[in-house]
Design a protein around this ligand. Structure first.
Ligand SMILES: [Zn+2]
Length: 310
């Protein structure tokens, strides 16, 4: 798989922002909750029939996560949070609220190491400590998905982790540019049907961009689902890597009898050559992108590691 062991550069975007932790959690705790004790069940959504996209937020919870949850709640959108175990204890109220709002709680390791550089026992420890932390904070939710930091994984990591590994089809590069206008533009235009979109809720510009991203994607006809909702009916296997949901070719729209159904593939259907994990999303260059001084993400040659803050 393309991302296996390719990490060289660690411009990691998960810098802990300890100061604001308490504030975020107070905000969550300050909101009176109804006496709801259980997360809502997964919705029955057939993403083979409707246009689904899974927004995912990594490296939190953090000081902006509670505000993001409020945004998602207003938009009635569900998302998936790949959380670092070491951040969970600072925001138990936020994690609980996340669960009760129907979002998917998922595992992003304890401390964001490159898992391919660890022993199997260390990989297991990274995963299991985080499982316990999330379960404790959420009131018993045990994640079923892992996103290996930087998307860096291999068969050995997969075996040790024992969970399906979810990468992404769209890397917004929000961690690199920290630009609301850019996050908004990429977030609205890049996703395709069945896509998994990588954001980071530890960055303020990202969270600031989400209302418009939701609005823009909704106008494109998308429904916001969790990763597990998107893969309903398509069992995810432990140790396997996934970058998007493969959507079958849409059925032919109603046509006159006798019309050929062979040309029914719409522009939103994922093509076989979808971007490899870690590859930058092809983008239309525009104002504000990239930021001055930032290297433009170019297409990567096979085997060339992606600079990564994922
Ligand atoms: Zn990460």
């Amino acid at each position: 798989m393309a991302g296996a062991g390719l990490l060289l550069v660690t411009g990691c975007g998960h810098t802990p922002e300890k100061k604001a932790r308490t504030a975020g959690d107070k905000a969550a705790a300050g909101q009176p909750r109804k006496a709801v004790s259980k997360p809502p069940p997964p919705r029955r959504i057939d993403c083979d029939k409707i246009r689904c996209v899974a927004l995912t937020f990594d490296d939190g919870p953090g000081p902006y996560t509670d505000r993001l949850l409020n945004t998602l709640r207003v938009a009635r959108a569900r998302a998936t949070f790949f959380m670092l175990g070491q951040n969970v204890h600072g925001f138990p109220g936020v994690v609980r609220k996340m669960a009760l709002d129907g979002h998917e709680l998922a595992n992003h390791s304890w401390s964001h190491p490159n898992l391919t550089a660890l022993s199997p026992a260390e990989v297991r420890s990274q995963v299991q400590r985080t499982q316990h932390a999330i379960a404790a904070a959420s009131g018993g939710v045990r994640p079923t998905l892992l996103r290996p930091p930087y998307g860096s994984t291999n068969a050995k990591v997969g075996r040790a982790a024992g969970l399906p590994m979810i990468l992404w089809s769209v890397d917004t590069l929000d961690w690199r540019y920290r630009s609301v206008s850019r996050d908004t533009r990429v977030g609205i235009t890049a996703p395709r049907r069945g896509g998994i979109v990588l954001f980071h809720d530890i960055h303020k510009p990202t969270v600031d961009s989400v209302p418009k991203v939701l609005d823009g994607l909704r106008k494109r006809g998308f429904t916001f689902v969790t990763v597990s909702e998107m893969f309903q009916g398509k069992p995810l296997k432990p140790g396997q890597t996934y970058t998007e949901a493969v959507v079958p070719k849409p059925p032919a729209p109603p046509r006159a009898p006798g019309a050929s159904p062979s040309s029914s593939s719409g522009p939103e259907s994922p093509e076989p050559g979808s971007p490899a994990p870690g590859s930058p999303v092809p983008e239309v260059p525009g104002p504000g992108s990239p930021l001055p001084g930032s290297p433009a993400p170019g297409p990567l040659a096979p085997g060339v590691p992606a600079p990564s803050g994922r």
